[in-house]
Design a protein around this ligand. Sequence first.
Ligand SMILES: Cc1cc2nc3c(=O)[nH]c(=O)nc-3n(C[C@H](O)[C@H](O)[C@H](O)COP(=O)(O)OP(=O)(O)OC[C@H]3O[C@@H](n4cnc5c(N)ncnc54)[C@H](O)[C@@H]3O)c2cc1C
Length: 463
Amino acid sequence: MPNMSLKKNEMPVQQANVRNKNFSEVALGYTEEQALDEAERCLNCKNMPCRSGCPVSIDIPAFIAKVREKDYEGAYEIIAESSSLPAVCGRVCPQETQCESKCVRGIKGEPVGIGRLERFVADWHNAHSTEPPKAPAKNGHKCAVIGAGPSGLTCAGDLAKMGYDVTVFEALHLAGGVLVYGIPEFRLPKSIVQREVDNLKALGVKVETNVVIGRTISIDELFEQGYEAIFIGSGAGLPRFMNIPGENLKGVYSANEFLTRVNLMKAYKENSDTPIKKNTNVAVVGGGNVAMDAARCAKRLGAENVYIVYRRGEEEMPARNEEIEHAKEEGIIFKTLNNPVEILGNEHKFVTGMKCVEMELGEPDQSGRRRPIEKPDSEFVLDVDCVVMSIGTSPNPLIRNTTAGLETNRHGCFVADENGATSLKGVFAGGDAVTGAATVILAMGAGKTAAKAMDEYIKSKQM
Ligand SMILES: Cc1cc2nc3c(=O)[nH]c(=O)nc-3n(C[C@H](O)[C@H](O)[C@H](O)COP(=O)(O)OP(=O)(O)OC[C@H]3O[C@@H](n4cnc5c(N)ncnc54)[C@H](O)[C@@H]3O)c2cc1C
């Protein structure tokens, strides 16, 4: 008999007033007992609606059935057929809008905790399997991958498994993309990403860090060096600003810069000498996951008051509900229906406050969300000395500007067909560089699709 409880097994978490002072993982993961109990909630539906909600079509009922049998390695193998980063996706995928949104148990209660079970299985595998994967025999062909984020790493892994000699070129000094420079340690421990990168290296993938394509070497030069197909997975790391007065004052960061200093440059470690503003009053402008991450990092760095300043209401916030709840529990102050109009500074050009106006919601705009309209005579000053702008990103134009014939759209994203093929022969692209800022699982899916297309492209040249 399935477990007909209407509620998911709760995820054990660190207490809010403890965790908001440390960078250890917030969610602690299911115990075996909880995982088995949760797996019993799955009805094993014949038509598998959950699977249709997964961007990489993991056979969810089959892996949950393996959990029920306590065959955790079997469950892992099923997930790994479709996903190359299960321990990452089990932690950061927005399951509530994907697989879990289709689960029939969600009609009269909470859906099965598919993401939590995925994390349990992946962590079990990582704790019990010590053997690195074996490198397959080489097929004599070379491919290059630009960017070591989830799209590039997935593409590289799949190509290596097909026997290609793959080199990943990464601009930063560490592989992982947003997984290492953006998503904080307390949501995704970096050791998990490092393990995935180590596994890729065991498969024979070469990772060259500190190489900026378009500066250190161009795409044309990569072809001259004998790479037969190239995948661009360079992400969307160029921050947007509001273009209001005061944005160039000291103490104003883009969310990417702030998070890179905290995560990649380890400002969160006590003895770190990475420059960053600590123990301040911080305003984070924006309402997405990135804004929540920045606010929660600022709190952990010792800020007294951390504000989320968002021009719409909480219902319109694009961040995951779980992230909003966690941020609130940790003491982040939400100032919704507020919009900054100027950042104020002193004679030394340090931030001293942020002038805001109150907003109200009008008719829905093109995005379907109600348009925020400024309330007359509602100006006020928020007492902050640090401002983090988190209002979106777009792809960096460097590769586009240094590669003739590579088509981009008006948002600066590479134009690619459903297989990832771009306007240049032999050049494929995927992930945020094509879609604009999206999700880890979509980036991984794009890397997978492109690897297959690159293989077909190289084989077609030999005929
Ligand atoms: C703070 C933050 C939190 C997020 N939280 C979530 C979440 O909880 N769940 C979720 O699903 N998604 C989340 N996302 C989105 C998700 O991380 C991205 O959609 C995903 O990482 C995109 O993968 P990618 O491989 O396309 O690009 P990226 O991860 O951006 O990787 C691109 C890589 O390319 C490198 N690169 C760029 N230009 C060059 C060049 N010219 N030469 C060489 N290398 C280059 C970059 O340094 C980077 O390492 C978050 C994003 C951010 C910023």
